[in-house]
Design a protein around this ligand. Structure first.
Ligand code: CP
Ligand code: NVA
Length: 304
């Protein structure tokens, strides 16, 4: 069997592959050459075991724009949600479809699906990572500020799945990634160790003001990720000093941009004046999910 091109995490890809996907994303967004239907006759199954607005719609619209077909399964109406194993699900779906995307809780479920599928599997978010988001985020950064290599991106708040994929990208694409989190919600030490072994520049802070000093981009995300609702009160309390507001943005470079994967919890991790302000690029970031994922799907099927 040929080697399958799964899109599981950015740390599994080499720099040239990441760059080629980003280049293709720009073609899909900006060029007439990107208006064809290279996935005509192909089908993707989208499995959602967690809610989604952007990922669901951008994958669905993206696949249709590429000429392909989409089947969406939610936890409620799939047997995976009732205990059928990821392995059996993967074997069956591979007989019907050309690609599988899954949004789920356990990262192991994604890995099991990929192990037993005979078609490419795409990570649409797990508790551990969100690589499609970061492909769109890199595209967005580079549209606004040029090449990301050597730049400084500061994550402020909970060191979650989205932060993990930023860290992977920083190591692979050679930019500095800073992360400011409360001491009680320490960032995953395994990820920090991996970054160090790989020669990446990743720095941990507990003081958000120090972390943003001189940075080119400030990134926030919800303080309560899907699955963390039981800890909501505790998290709101611990993360209150990590709100991205005008005062914090003033400590970054004067032309720093603000990014957020959305959905935002206005008044919690970010204030209205920042997310709606001139430094915010969140709508381009959301749009780029469409272009970046079209490039991911095309790469998975070897047509780009
Ligand atoms: N950013 C993101 O993945 O959004 P959704 O949860 O709406 O898909
Ligand atoms: N960290 C968030 C991202 C949502 C797109 C979550 O996992 O809920």
């Amino acid at each position: 069997m040929r080697d399958l091109r799964h899109f599981l995490d950015i740390d599994r890809l080499d720099k040239a592959t990441i760059r080629s996907i980003l280049d293709q994303a720009a073609v899909y967004k900006n060029s007439k050459a990107g208006k064809g239907e290279p996935l005509k006759g192909k089908t993707i199954v989208l499995i959602f075991e967690k809610p989604s607005t952007r990922t669901r719609v951008s994958f669905e619209v993206g696949m249709m724009q590429l000429g392909g077909n989409v089947v969406v399964l939610s936890e409620r109406d799939s047997q995976l949600g009732r205990g059928e194993t990821p392995a059996d699900t993967a074997r069956v779906l591979s007989r019907y479809a050309d690609m599988i995307m899954i949004r789920t809780d356990s990262h192991q479920k994604l890995l099991d699906l990929a192990k037993f599928a005979t078609v490419p599997v795409i990570n649409g978010l797990t508790d551990d990572s969100h690589p499609c988001q970061i492909m769109a985020d890199i595209q967005t950064f580079e549209e606004h500020r040029g090449g990301i290599e050597g730049k400084i991106v500061t994550w402020v708040g909970d060191g979650n799945n989205v932060a993990a994929s930023w860290l992977h990208a920083a190591v692979k694409l050679n930019f500095e990634f800073r992360i400011a989190t409360p001491p009680e919600l320490k960032f995953d030490q395994n990820l920090l160790d991996w970054a160090e072994r790989e020669g990446g520049t990743v720095k941990s802070f507990t003081d958000a003001q120090k972390a943003v000093a001189g940075c080119h981009c400030v990134v926030a995300d919800t303080w309560v990720s899907m699955g963390d609702d039981g800890e909501r009160a505790k998290r709101l309390d611990l993360l209150a000093p990590y709100q991205v507001n005008a005062n914090l943005m003033a400590g970054a470079k004067s032309d720093a941009i603000f990014m957020h994967c959305l959905p935002a919890h206005r008044g919690e991790e970010v204030t209205d004046d920042v997310i709606d302000g001139p430094q915010s690029v969140i709508w381009d970031e959301a749009e780029n999910r469409l272009h970046a994922q079209k490039a991911v799907m095309a790469w998975c099927l070897g047509v780009a």
